[in-house]
Design a protein around this ligand. Structure first.
Ligand code: FES
Length: 222
């Protein structure tokens, strides 16, 4: 939809361009009296300007208009292409997690949504693994939500699945809830150390976005 609007809007610009282009062309031609203009004006050996002159003005003006018009149309297209590149850039992010110590989390942003990246401690991993998955509202193991060999890296959207608040627990000193993961104070949802919903109105676990480690410490999200 937005593409259509932009395309319609830019269609007006070339309409204004011809006047400026024609005026600029005429001014330039009439102002040049050093002999170069003669090529354009076809001044004959007697200093006369045959009838072809008017047609040449029209021709020059038309070419100028076409050029300006093309530029005026092309710029929005380039602009749209740039916008698409920006969107593509936002489609994935790369985060170096080397500095995140066990027990620490960071908040980052991906596609305008908060993302929590958490380095689980061995105790938090053990806590997550000893849960009876069958009794969970949204049954998933920690392994289901992490990568093989990287089970300590819990990466989720920081968006409560109830009504979209940003839960607490990622920043130092924030309340982590009754299950040591995240706590959404909006309506009291508690998530465990695998960010699975354990108590409160949220229907599902915090969402794990598509991600992959592209090196030992750099994770690509998206
Ligand atoms: S939005 Fe999180 S509990 Fe309601």
């Amino acid at each position: 939809m937005s593409t259509v609007k932009k395309t319609k809007g830019t269609g007006k610009k070339p309409v204004k361009a011809p006047k400026a282009a024609v005026a600029a062309t005429l001014k330039a031609d009439s102002a040049t009296s050093n002999g170069n203009a003669a090529d354009n004006l076809h001044i004959d050996s007697n200093g006369q300007t045959p009838g072809v002159r008017r047609r040449d003005f029209i021709h020059i003006a038309t070419v100028s208009f076409a050029g300006v018009g093309a530029d005026a149309v092309a710029m929005p297209l380039v602009s749209q292409m740039s916008a698409s590149a920006d969107v593509l850039a936002l489609a994935s992010i790369e985060v170096d997690v080397a500095a995140i110590q066990p027990g620490q989390s960071i908040k980052t942003s991906w596609r305008k949504q908060p993302v929590f990246i958490r380095n689980l401690t061995p105790a938090e991993i053990e806590e997550a693994n000893k849960v009876d998955v069958g009794g969970l509202r949204d049954p998933q193991t920690l392994a289901d939500r992490t990568k093989p060999g990287k089970e300590n890296w819990l990466i989720t959207l920081g968006v409560c699945t109830h009504l979209g608040c940003v839960p607490l627990g990622a920043a130092a000193g924030e309340v982590k809830g009754e299950y040591g993961g995240y706590f959404c104070p909006c309506h009291g949802s508690h998530y465990d150390t695998a960010a699975r919903i354990r108590k409160g109105p949220a229907p599902t676990n915090l969402v794990v976005p598509e991600f992959a480690f592209i090196s030992d410490t750099v994770v690509k999200i998206g």
